[in-house]
Design a binder for this molecule. Structure first.
Ligand SMILES: [Zn+2]
Length: 370
């Protein structure tokens, strides 16, 4: 009898009739901000964005996400994040040292997730963090996340007083697969911790972690002021297993056919200077990670280092004087901005451009849907 029941169950499973099957097919539709926030109440579910979603005037608290998010080609726009989410996860540096860390982005942490056909447009993330922190535009922490055809356009800035820290265009810390994504990001990191050498990461796709990255386009404008160890990459800051060796066994570690343009301007105020910065991956651990890194176009990327004279730095440190320089895209003491409103058109987003009439630096906000 038991055998018959088992057979019947197998038959039902094959035919897609087993209980629970119908429920798996349910798609939760997202039409407004309340429904976007409600994803936290349905972990693992399948969501679909049904229209463009304006977050203007919403002081967003980063939320955790798991499951599938089908953006339907629509955009979540004018995201403004000034605080971290409530989730704490362990991050691990290159010496296997562990840190309880906090995260910021549209999502604080994304775990076992599939995010695709989504646009995150005109995002602005700006975080002051006392503790170990990763900030990114989409997910501060990504554990087993598949990103496909995700477009990111925005700015992220992290000012950190702690040791383990980073900022990413798409994601902060984690292990992911990234396919056919487009990132256009201004990333700024300011290390406000002068007393210990931080482990700092900045990447157009991912700040620190490992991933498969195929057919992506990154346009980066990075600024990194660091009193520790920098790891800066147009794609990934440091390519590292993050202690996830089991996951690593099955993961495909290929990074290819990506295009990176733009620049990363940085200094590494550190007597043990390493200055890892590259158009693809800052510190790749290529052999150790069995990484297939090939055919990435970084010709349009500029690695720009502000180097202190070695002898002067020695003297300065001896005298106990801090290196107070902060690298920023806006270089004027008293900038003057001119506002240019670009109206949306068929397939193109509108936005307001703030252009400094003195140095030419510009940034955009108040996006309007096509
Ligand atoms: Zn200016």
């Amino acid at each position: 009898m038991r055998r018959l029941t088992a057979l019947l169950l197998i038959l039902m499973l094959v035919m897609g009739l087993a209980p629970g099957m119908a429920e798996d097919e349910t798609i939760i539709e997202i039409r407004d901000i309340a429904e976007l926030k409600d994803v936290v109440n349905h972990p693992g579910a399948h969501f679909r964005l049904m229209n463009d979603l304006d977050l203007q005037d919403e002081d967003w608290t980063p939320i955790p996400f798991s499951g599938e998010l089908d953006g339907g080609g629509y955009g979540i726009y004018n995201l403004e994040v000034t605080r971290v989410g409530g989730d704490v996860r362990t991050t691990i540096d290159g010496n296997m040292k562990k840190y309880d860390s906090v995260f910021a982005g549209l999502f604080s942490v994304a775990e076992n997730a599939n995010i695709h056909d989504l646009k995150v447009i005109g995002a602005h993330v700006e975080i002051d963090a006392e503790t170990h922190c990763f900030a990114a535009i989409v997910a501060g922490y990504a554990d087993n996340v598949d990103f496909t055809n995700v477009t990111v356009d925005g700015r992220a800035r992290l000012n950190n007083y702690a040791v383990m820290t980073g900022v990413g265009g798409l994601a902060g810390f984690g292990w992911t697969a990234v396919n056919e994504c487009q990132v256009r990001a201004e990333l700024i990191f300011e290390d406000r911790n002068f007393d210990s050498r931080c482990e700092q990461f900045l990447g157009g796709i991912l700040a620190c972690g490992f991933c498969r990255i195929l057919d992506c386009t990154v346009e980066i404008d990075g600024y990194d002021s660091c009193h520790g160890y920098v790891h800066n990459g147009g794609l990934v800051g440091m390519y590292w297993h993050c202690g996830k060796k089991n996951f690593l066994r099955d993961a495909k570690r290929t990074v290819t056919r990506n295009t990176v343009t733009g620049r990363i301007y940085f200094f590494e105020d550190n007597p043990d200077r390493r200055a890892y910065c590259s158009g693809d991956i800052g510190e790749p651990f290529k052999k150790k990670m069995k990484l297939n890194l090939f055919k990435n176009d970084t010709k349009g990327f500029e690695r720009k280092e502000l180097k202190e004279n070695k002898e002067e730095a020695k003297k300065r440190r001896k005298a106990g004087i801090r290196y107070e320089v902060v690298l920023l895209p806006e270089t004027c003491d008293n900038p003057e901005y001119e506002l240019l409103v670009n109206l949306p058109s068929e397939g193109e987003w509108g936005y307001t451009e703030h252009v400094c009439t003195k140095c030419g630096y510009s940034w955009r906000d108040h996006y309007t849907a096509p």
